[in-house]
Ligand binder design. Structure first.
Ligand SMILES: *Cc1c(COP(=O)(O)O)cnc(C)c1O
Length: 227
């Protein structure tokens, strides 16, 4: 069930704050996505390749699909024909594969690099040093990587009630984002996305500078993985 009043109030305030809302529709039926689409939502996020491909084939072509999960290189080919943005790039190998598959489809795919900010072992992502290393490789091979555009960073805060900690993690992500914007990506206007904030912490994320939030359960209700 879609919570259309929540969608309306969120989109009204995000418009003022210049924040893009990605509606995270994972595990939710196509009918729910269509309902939000009919209200005007165009950016949707999914984190399983097969689920995304099935939904994409049944829904309007002007939806901007965001792949927000951990992506395996061997699955890039399934989403390369249509995906709008890949949020959680965490290796140079994956970047190369996205470039290759984008080239095959005659398009450019926008990506975000995932910075690891949480205090948990389970979350994917790069640390700051690894991002710098990856960008060095990227610069060295830029001529061959014409089919990807690195548009910013993405991160997930720790799963905790400690707001001070969450704020510190988002502050760190935003600072790395700003530093890159003013160094490696100086003058590159497309490097402008700092994707952080979910249902439980999006307010803190926006205060910390988020330009794109990924919200699921607040819009679609709690997920039931046992169905
Ligand atoms: C599921 C998911 C979200 C949305 O989470 P909610 O708590 O439902 O808002 C955001 N980002 C990522 C990467 C996710 O996997």
């Amino acid at each position: 069930m879609v919570n259309s009043n929540v969608w309306k109030s969120l989109t009204a305030s995000f418009k003022e704050q210049h924040v893009t809302l990605v509606a995270v529709s994972k595990t939710k039926p196509v009918a729910d996505i269509q309902e939000l689409y009919d209200l005007g939502q165009r950016d949707f996020g999914e984190n399983y390749v097969q689920e995304l491909s099935e939904k994409e084939s049944q829904l309007p072509a002007d939806i901007r699909w965001h792949y927000i999960g951990h992506l395996q290189s061997n699955k890039v080919k399934y989403i390369a024909p249509f995906v709008h943005m890949i949020h959680a790039v965490d290796s140079f190998k994956l970047l190369l594969e996205i470039n290759k598959q984008a080239a095959k489809n005659n398009r450019t795919i926008d990506v975000l690099l995932q910075l690891f900010i949480a205090d948990e072992e389970t979350k994917f992502g790069l640390d700051e040093k690894e991002i710098i290393e990856l960008l060095d490789y990227y610069d060295a091979q830029k001529a061959d990587l014409q089919h990807i555009r690195i548009c910013g960073l993405m991160g997930m805060a720790s799963n905790t009630d400690n707001e001070t900690q969450i704020r510190a993690e988002f502050d760190r992500l935003y600072n790395v984002f700003l530093n890159l914007k003013q160094s490696s990506f100086l003058g590159k206007n497309y490097f402008k996305i700092c994707s952080m904030g979910m249902s439980s912490d999006y307010k803190i994320a926006i205060e910390a500078g988020s330009t794109m939030v990924r919200i699921g359960s607040m819009l679609f209700g709690a997920r039931n993985y046992n169905q």
